[in-house]
Design a binder for this molecule. Structure first.
Ligand code: NDP
Length: 435
């Protein structure tokens, strides 16, 4: 803990994983002896760099860039780039650490990594975003490559940013390779990647519900966020027969008892890059309301909660409000959206809990499929990619379920995800010697 003293998010993520791996350490002294537990919590490499760029007024701005190459035991480093003012090394390390297990669960050959910058794309012109992305990639390009490290999108990094970064990489290296995923469809992107995390979250949750005699059909769902993950989780949950009644952003939340009007959300967020408060007045749904303060979204009565905004967005108090309102399932689209207190509340109330590293693995799984398509220089159809995504999410649920049972923790999918994700990486690390 001393070594990472100023990184509370990283310590939180590591503590959760190591606690649930206790029975594995007891059953597998060979992994302890090979130093796997000590090695897996230390990144293989972390890169911090200056990102200078010139704003529209001709003024020089300086941001800080990060890439943490956490673990390459089972494949090239893979993980997104987050652009948000809250970004610092502790956030990137927690995300990179989680990514190791998530990527392992997909069964695809991808190691764990994460990166980003404290740059805030909100309120910036396209030109400013482009100049930032070009400067960011000028340094990052020295450390990544299609067989080394393949970054992707995350908060604040969508198709626009990936496009600018890809263009700069190609210009610097003079090669057209699958060095980034989440690319546009005209230059190597995969169909269904945009939808993948939200759809995958619903496929995973559907499996978890079914295994426990429940279903999305007729259920009321509360979703937080209104970005990439939230939008496509809303779309798929609705398609599966649920009524989604909330979306939010960092300022406040919308409650629409008639079911979220997704066309309006897509227009505001994907086309206009606006704020969610504009929803009321734009939709024809007369009962929709907007409330300031994003935390209030968890006081809305629902059966299923899908947090899709950011880390630690559900604390103990919010979890208690959900339980008191009869919510029986929380499944995580965002990374680490539940605090340790919130998770305790879920277990104490016997709620179904789908942990992020399993439930939101659909995005990176489809990024893995994008890498395969780039390598064979082919593009698969939407149905083909979506079908593979669904199969992967069903398998992830099955592995979490069976790992939890094998170690005597039936129904604890958090422990199941950690154990199943860990074992594959641990075996590979042991086989490759102390490195
Ligand atoms: P977007 O940038 O598209 O959307 C993020 C959403 O979350 C926005 O509505 C944003 O509101 C809200 N948000 C961000 N920070 C905060 C905050 N501090 N408090 C409250 N709300 C906040 O990102 P994504 O949808 O891509 O990512 C959402 C989550 O899903 C993240 O945790 C990400 O790591 C995770 N994830 C994403 C994947 C992907 O494929 N995109 C894959 C796996 C996980 P505002 O506009 O006000 O900032």
């Amino acid at each position: 803990e001393k070594r990472n003293a100023n990184e509370p998010e990283f310590i939180q993520a590591v503590t959760e994983v190591l606690e649930t791996l206790q029975p594995v350490a007891e059953a597998r002294p060979d992994l302890v002896e090979a130093g796997v537990f000590d090695r897996i919590v230390e990144p293989e490499r972390q890169i911090i760099f200056r990102v200078p760029w010139v704003d529209d007024n001709g003024k020089v701005q300086v941001n800080r860039g990060f890439r943490v190459q956490f673990n390459s035991a089972i494949g090239p480093y893979k993980g997104g780039l987050r652009l948000h003012p809250s970004v610092y090394i502790g956030i990137i390390k927690f995300l990179g650490f989680e990514q190791i297990f998530k990527n392992s669960l997909t069964t695809l050959p991808m190691g764990g990594g994460k990166g980003g910058s404290d740059f805030d794309p909100k309120g910036k012109s396209d030109g400013e975003v482009m100049r930032f992305c070009q400067s960011f990639m000028t340094e990052l390009s020295k450390h990544i490559g299609a067989d080394t490290d393949v970054p992707a999108g995350d908060i604040g990094t969508g198709a626009r940013e990936i496009g600018f970064m890809f263009g700069q990489y190609k210009r610097l290296r003079d090669e057209f390779t699958g060095v980034l995923t989440g690319k546009g469809l005209t230059y190597g992107g995969s169909l269904a990647r945009t939808q993948a995390t939200g759809y995958g979250l619903c496929y995973f949750t559907d499996e978890m519900l079914k295994a426990n005699g429940k279903s999305f059909k007729g259920a009321t769902v509360a979703i937080s966020g209104s970005g990439n993950v939230a939008i496509y989780a809303t779309e798929k949950a609705t398609e599966l027969g649920a009524k989604v009644v909330t979306v939010s952003d960092s300022n406040g939340y919308v409650y629409d008892p008639d079911g979220i009007d997704l066309d309006v959300v897509k227009q505001i967020k994907e086309v206009e890059r606006g704020r969610i408060k504009e929803y009321v007045g734009r939709t024809s749904h007369k009962n929709a309301t907007y409330t300031e303060g994003c935390k209030g979204v968890w006081t809305v009565k629902c059966d299923i909660a899908l947090p899709c905004a950011t880390q630690n967005e559900i604390d103990g108090e919010s979890a208690k409000a959900l339980a008191a309102n009869g919510c029986y399932c929380v499944s995580e689209g965002a990374n680490m959206p539940s605090t340790p207190d919130a998770i305790e509340v879920y277990f104490a109330n016997k709620m179904l809990y789908g942990p992020a590293k399993a439930a939101n693995a659909g995005g990176v799984a489809t990024s893995g499929l994008e890498m395969s398509q780039n390598s064979e220089r082919l593009s698969w159809t939407f149905e083909e990619v979506d079908g593979k995504l669904k199969g992967i999410m069903q398998n992830i649920f099955a592995s979490c379920d069976s790992a939890a049972k094998e170690f005597g923790m039936e129904g604890n999918y958090m422990a199941g995800a950690n154990i199943a994700g860990f074992l594959k990486v641990a075996e590979a690390m042991k086989a490759q010697g102390v490195c």
